[in-house]
Design a protein around this ligand. Structure first.
Ligand SMILES: C[S@@+](CC[C@H](N)C(=O)[O-])C[C@H]1O[C@@H](n2cnc3c(N)ncnc32)[C@H](O)[C@@H]1O
Length: 193
């Protein structure tokens, strides 16, 4: 099991994340190595829809738009959404709880690309999260996941690391799985149904 799972199910993801954002917490920035890996896997958007789940400050949502995707970023935290809209005024950023809200509220019924960066680790119901992603992926689509993973060489897992069962669950049942190790404990996964 992962070392710590936030107490989502009863009170909703925002009950955990909104105070985190209000306290001013920030997360690892996207660097060039990561955008190059993403570009190699996803290619240009050509107007296709993309969904960035748990978009936080919106950097990845805006990057997808710059690649030519019709990207929408969703986050359960109103503070994160307000910050993202300030930083990326042209981006489509919405308050939306991916665990709880009705997918009919999203602007497209299916997406060519779905991303989640530093989010999967925190999903309280990972099988449910993955089922919802699969239901929203267009035929030929790609699910792009960026996450910290436990590197046994570093000792005990950090609270934000996915453990081996988390990774196995994430990577099982796809027709193609591509893994980019940005460093031994920070990986990108390109997953195709
Ligand atoms: C660690 S932060 C990462 C933010 C951003 N993706 C990044 O890479 O900087 C996790 C984000 O996921 C959001 N989040 C967590 N659970 C969510 C859910 N069920 N629905 C929507 N957003 C969620 C949080 O509010 C938070 O902004």
């Amino acid at each position: 099991m992962s070392p710590a799972t936030p107490p989502y199910p009863a009170r909703g993801a925002a009950s955990y994340w909104e105070p985190v954002w209000q306290r001013g917490r920030r997360f690892r920035a996207i660097d060039r190595t990561e955008t190059e890996a993403l570009g190699r896997h996803l290619g240009t958007g050509r107007g296709r829809p993309a969904l960035d789940i748990g978009c936080g400050e919106g950097a990845l949502t805006a990057h997808l738009a710059a690649l030519g995707y019709r990207s929408v970023g969703v986050d359960c935290s109103p503070t994160a959404v307000a910050l993202a809209r300030t930083r990326h005024p042209a981006a489509d950023i919405r308050v939306f709880d991916f665990d709880a809200d009705d997918a009919a509220g999203l602007p497209h019924p299916a997406f060519a690309v779905i991303t989640c960066r530093l989010v999967y680790r925190w999903a309280a119901d990972k099988p449910g999260f993955l089922s919802r992603v699969r239901a929203l992926l267009a035929p030929g689509g790609v699910f792009w996941v960026v996450t910290s993973v436990h590197d046994p060489a570093r000792g005990a897992p950090r609270s934000w690391d996915c453990d081996a069962p988390d990774v196995e669950l994430l990577t099982t049942g796809w027709s193609r799985v591509d893994v980019h190790e940005l460093d031994p404990s920070f990986h990108c996964y390109g997953l195709r149904p």
